[in-house]
Design a binder for this molecule. Structure first.
Ligand code: FAD
Length: 402
C-alpha cells in the first residue's frame, strides 16, 4: 500500500498537528487581516517548533535538522500547509527548504558550514535564481542568458534574473548560469553560490504580485553585473547545473504539493463547518446536494493527490528520478488544490472573501502553484512525451480488425 505512512511519519505528523492546533493557528487568528506579521512572531513560533520536536525534520542532524527520511516528512509538510505560518515556523518553507536540500546533497563541507547550518537555523535566508526576463530562461530553461566565466581563480557572473523568491531578504543566492556557452545548456550550466553583499549584485526591486498577505513574501528582480566570486563557490559538479536542479526540483515539487494539500484541506474544513452551521431555504447549507457533491469531489481529489505524492516520493526515496510521477503529481495537485480552495471561498459566501478567515489568503496563494516549479503545460508536455514513446512501433494495423 503506497498510502501507508511509517510509524515515525505518523508520530511526526501527530506532533506537527498538535503544534499547528495549539500554537500556529491561534497565532494566525490573532493576526489575520493585519499582515504582514512581525518577523519576531515567526521567530517565536520557530522556538516553539523546536520544543514540539518538529523543526526542520528533512535535514541531517549534523546540520541542525532531525535527519528523517524524505518519505517520512511528507505528512508534516501537509500539516504545515494548513496555515501560511506553519511552513516558516517548522522551517520547511520554500525556497529555503529546497536550497537546504541542494546544499546538503551537493555542498562541500565548507559550504555546508558556511551556508547550510545558518540557513537551517534561519539566521540567514536564501534565493534560487533561475528565471530570467525577456528572451531568457522561463518555461524553457534552455533559453538561459546568464553566464559565469572563469577568470583566474574566480567566477565572473553576468546576468539578469527575476522572480527570485526571498530576493528582497536573501543573504545569498544559488545562481544558475552558463559555464560552457558552446555546449547544449543542459550540459553547460552550473550552480554558483553568490553572497548578496558582493559588488555587482543589485536587487533591483520586489515585484508587486498577487499572493497571501500574512507573511511578507518577496519575489525579486536581481541583476548580476560583473560579479566576482571565488571558484570554490561552485555548488556541485561543473556543468551539471540542470541535473542538480532536477534533483532539487523533484522532491521540492512534492513538498509543494503537500503544503498546498494542507492549505486546501484546511479550507475545506472551514467550509464544511460554515455550511453545517449556516441555514437557508429550509435547511442547513450542508444538506444541499449540490454542495455535498462538490465537497465529495474535493475530498476525492485531495485523497488522490496524497496518494500520488506518496507514490512518487517512494520512488525518489529508492533513488529514482521519478520524473513522470512527479510531473503528474504537480499538475494534478495544483489544479485539485486550486479548485478546492475556490469551492471553499464559494461555500463560505462573503466570508470566503473576507480576511476574518484564512481562505482568501489561501485563494491568492494557490494561483501561483499552476505556474511555479513548471507551468501545467510544461509538465503535461513531459507526460505526453513519455506517453507517446510507449506507442513505439505499435501501428494502427495491429489495433484494428478492419
Ligand atoms: C510566486 C512565484 C515564485 C517564483 N519563484 C521563483 C524562484 O524562486 N526562482 C526562480 O528562478 N523562478 C521563480 N519563479 C518563476 C517561475 O519558475 C516561472 O514563472 C515559470 O517557470 C514559468 O516561466 P515564465 O514565467 O517565464 O513563463 P513563460 O515561459 O513566459 O510561459 C508563459 C506561459 O506559457 C505557457 N506555456 C509555456 N510553455 C508552453 C508549452 N510548451 N506549451 C503550451 N503552453 C506553454 C504556460 O501557461 C506558461 O505559464 C516564480 C514564479 C512565481 C509566480
Amino acid at each position: 500500500m503506497e498510502y501507508d505512512d511509517s510509524p515515525q511519519a505518523e508520530d511526526l505528523r501527530a506532533r506537527a498537528n498538535s503544534f499547528m492546533e495549539e500554537v500556529v493557528i491561534p497565532t494566525e487568528r490573532e493576526h489575520l487581516g493585519h499582515g504582514p506579521i512581525d518577523p519576531e512572531v515567526v521567530e517565536d513560533l520557530r522556538d516553539q517548533a523546536r520544543e514540539y520536536d518538529v523543526f526542520c525534520p528533512q535535514i541531517g542532524e549534523e546540520y541542525g535538522g532531525m535527519g528523517m527520511d524524505f518519505r517520512d516528512v511528507l505528512p508534516l509538510f501537509e500539516e504545515a500547509g494548513r496555515s501560511v505560518l506553519g511552513a516558516p515556523a517548522m522551517r520547511v518553507d520554500a525556497p529555503d527548504e529546497g536550497n537546504m536540500h541542494t546544499l546538503e546533497m551537493f555542498g562541500t563541507e565548507e559550504q555546508k558550514e558556511e551556508y547550510l547550518k545558518p540557513l537551517v537555523n534561519a539566521e540567514i535566508r536564501s534565493g534560487f535564481s533561475m528565471t530570467e526576463p525577456k528572451q531568457g530562461a522561463g518555461s524553457d530553461p534552455k533559453m538561459m542568458k546568464t553566464t559565469a566565466e572563469k577568470d583566474g581563480d574566480e567566477w565572473v557572473i553576468d546576468g539578469h534574473k527575476w522572480w527570485t523568491t526571498n530576493g528582497g531578504i536573501a543573504d545569498f543566492f544559488i545562481v544558475m548560469a552558463l559555464t560552457d556557452q558552446d555546449a547544449h545548456p543542459y550540459n553547460g550550466a552550473s550552480l554558483i553560490l553568490v553572497d548578496r553583499d558582493v559588488e555587482g549584485v543589485d536587487v533591483v526591486r520586489d515585484i508587486p504580485h498577487m499572493g497571501q498577505s500574512l507573511m511578507d513574501e518577496t519575489h525579486s528582480e536581481v541583476r548580476f553585473d560583473d560579479v566576482r566570486v571565488p571558484e570554490e563557490n561552485l555548488l556541485g559538479t561543473l556543468n551539471e547545473g540542470f541535473t542538480h536542479a532536477q534533483q532539487r526540483l523533484g522532491p521540492a515539487r512534492l513538498t509543494h504539493c503537500m503544503r498546498f494539500t494542507g492549505m486546501a484541506t484546511r479550507s475545506l474544513e472551514i467550509a464544511k463547518a460554515y455550511v453545517s452551521d449556516r441555514e437557508g431555504f429550509g435547511s442547513t447549507l450542508s444538506e444541499k446536494q449540490d454542495l455535498r457533491f462538490s465537497i465529495a469531489e474535493a475530498e476525492t481529489n485531495l485523497h488522490a493527490t496524497r496518494t500520488m505524492v506518496r507514490h512518487a516520493a517512494k520512488q525518489i526515496s529508492e533513488g529514482n528520478e521519478a520524473r513522470i510521477p512527479v510531473s503528474m503529481c504537480k499538475v494534478f495537485a495544483a489544479n485539485a488544490t486550486q479548485e478546492t480552495i475556490d469551492l471553499a471561498v464559494q461555500a463560505c459566501g462573503a466570508n470566503g472573501i473576507g480576511k476574518d478567515l484564512p481562505i482568501a489568503d489561501f485563494y491568492q496563494a494557490v494561483r501561483a502553484f499552476r505556474i511555479v516549479d513548471g507551468a501545467d503545460e510544461v509538465h503535461k508536455r513531459v507526460i505526453a512525451r513519455d506517453a507517446f514513446e510507449e506507442v513505439g512501433d505499435q501501428s494502427m494495423e495491429n489495433l484494428t480488425t478492419f
